[in-house]
Design a protein around this ligand. Structure first.
Ligand code: FES
Ligand code: FES
Length: 241
């Protein structure tokens, strides 16, 4: 039965949008409902800190389409009938990180972390919208709208290279070890000490345990059936609207 409710899904959860929110951007709405992983940087489409993935259904091809968008520019009601996935929809330290998140941590691709959810979502949207593993060039292109003031980009690009067609098996960085076998930080070029530093996390776990747990995945592991099983699906209700 047809309903005139304005419905969106956020990370797989159905939400009815009340009237009177036309002054809100999607970013303000997401943060208002407690999803503060998506950040407000510039507020004008320039930095990508607010990037989320939006999925809509194409009735002609009967497929869902996925886009990375700047939530700071999208009026809330413009995403009616769509599924929004934010960084919280991928994973976290408690439930386990998504491979896109974990490879950034492993490769020192996050420092202050303010830009990180945006980078993660741009990369995630590329993976979900490409049938084939992307090329390194496509990966760089998809990050063109994401700015980072800390890492200098190289560790981020290197991290995401595990998903690329030409180098999709193991994250290896030829400069990641010095002659003594000691890890070299890709950001500073100096011997890496972070493995010995306890994380400030209250549960006593450390970043090093998260890094050691990480085993690089190939794109194929999150593609095909296994991929569909693990990722948030397009809500069937929205295919009918
Ligand atoms: Fe900078 Fe949205 S906050 S692009
Ligand atoms: Fe600080 Fe990117 S890690 S802005």
């Amino acid at each position: 039965e047809w309903s005139d409710e304005a419905v969106i899904y956020v990370n797989g959860v159905r939400r009815v949008l009340p009237d009177g929110l036309a002054h809100l951007t999607l970013l303000q709405y997401l943060r208002d409902i407690g999803l503060r992983g998506t950040k407000l940087g510039c507020g004008e489409g320039g930095c990508g800190a607010c990037t989320v993935m939006v999925s809509c259904y194409d009735r002609t091809t009967k497929k869902s389409l996925h886009f990375a968008i700047n939530a700071c520019l999208a009026p809330l009601y413009s995403v009616e009938g769509m599924h929004i996935i934010t960084v919280e929809g991928l994973g976290d330290r408690q439930r386990g990180l998504h491979p896109v998140q974990e490879c950034l941590a492993k490769a020192h691709g996050s420092q202050c972390g303010f830009c990180t959810p945006g980078f993660v979502m741009s990369m995630y949207a590329l993976l979900r919208s490409s049938k084939e593993p992307p090329t390194e060039e496509q990966i760089e292109d998809c990050l063109a709208g994401n700015l980072c003031r800390c890492t200098g980009y190289r560790p981020i690009i290197d991290a995401f290279r595990v998903f690329a067609k030409t180098d999709n098996l193991v994250y290896t960085n030829s400069s990641s070890q010095n002659t003594d076998g000691q890890a070299i930080c890709p950001s500073t070029g100096k011997p890496c000490s972070c493995k010995n530093e306890p994380d400030a996390n209250a549960n006593g776990s450390s970043l090093s345990s998260s890094v050691e747990r990480y085993s690089p995945c190939s794109y194929n592991e999150i593609d095909g059936n296994a991929y569909d099983d693990k990722e948030l699906i397009f809500p069937p209700e929205l295919q009918l609207r």
